[in-house]
Design a protein around this ligand. Structure first.
Ligand code: SF4
Ligand code: SF4
Length: 222
């Protein structure tokens, strides 16, 4: 019938228009920026540094300044300076930390290679995309303080990955604690070295006695 396609199309439009008032699935338009954009979990833009504790972000960075990400970043937009001293990490092991950690997000190409190569789950990809700035260096060259975000934030934007990382780190920390406990128990059970008695000279290591020369056949020893 002539015009049936037009009527069918108008029917779909009317169905979505009326449905959008009571069915969120029919809200085909997001009211951005009034309503924050709903991003898929795997969305990525620029990296951020994970901290263990939101109240002490600089003291609980997971990063140990190994500089692997700095070496592997294709456009070389990461800059790191190692600390001179060490501080305990989440397992209590003394570790270096980044005295300086900066990422030039004007150069970053969001490849995620830094995340892939980090052995400490210390750097992850962020969801933030509203990063327009009028000053390239002040607005887009992010320092350590600007990059640091707590683990709770990581759970908010990437709950699946964050739960997997937490489970793995907890298992590693438990294994490290049990290993340290076993080492301490073995040390305590080991026999203590005896203390020398005062006034008695230590004979020192035994030296081999010189062999007595055998008498010659039919003669005497010299
Ligand atoms: S996402 Fe890629 S380009 Fe950006 S800092 Fe990481 S490695 Fe470099
Ligand atoms: S973010 Fe990871 S790979 Fe980069 S320096 Fe820190 S610990 Fe090393």
């Amino acid at each position: 019938m002539l015009g049936s396609g037009i009527l069918k199309g108008l029917g779909v439009t009317a169905k979505n228009f009326v449905g959008s008032y009571h069915d969120p699935a029919r809200m085909v338009t997001q009211e951005y920026p009034d309503t924050p954009a709903k991003l898929p979990e795997a969305y990525r833009n620029f990296p951020f540094l994970v901290t263990e504790n939101a109240t002490d972000p600089m003291g609980t960075l997971r990063c140990v300044a190994c500089q692997i990400c700095e070496k592997e970043c294709p456009p070389q937009c990461i800059y790191i300076e190692k600390s001179k001293d060490k501080k305990p990490d989440a397992t209590g092991k003394p570790q270096l930390y980044p005295a300086v950690f900066a990422i030039d997000t004007a150069v970053c190409m969001s490849c995620q290679l830094c995340v892939e190569v980090c052995p400490f789950d210390a750097i992850k990809m962020d969801h933030v995309f509203e990063v327009a700035a009028t000053n390239r260096f002040e607005g887009l060259l992010l320092n350590r303080e600007q990059l640091a975000k707590p683990n709770e934030y990581f759970h908010q934007i990437r709950p699946t990955e964050a739960a997997e990382v937490d489970g793995r780190l907890t298992a590693e920390r438990q294994a490290a604690a049990e290993k340290a406990k076993a080492a301490a128990a073995a040390k305590a059970a080991a026999p203590k070295p005896t203390t020398p008695v005062a006034g008695v000279a230590d004979p020192g290591p035994a030296s081999p006695r010189p062999a007595t020369p055998k008498p010659a056949e039919g003669g005497t020893a010299p």
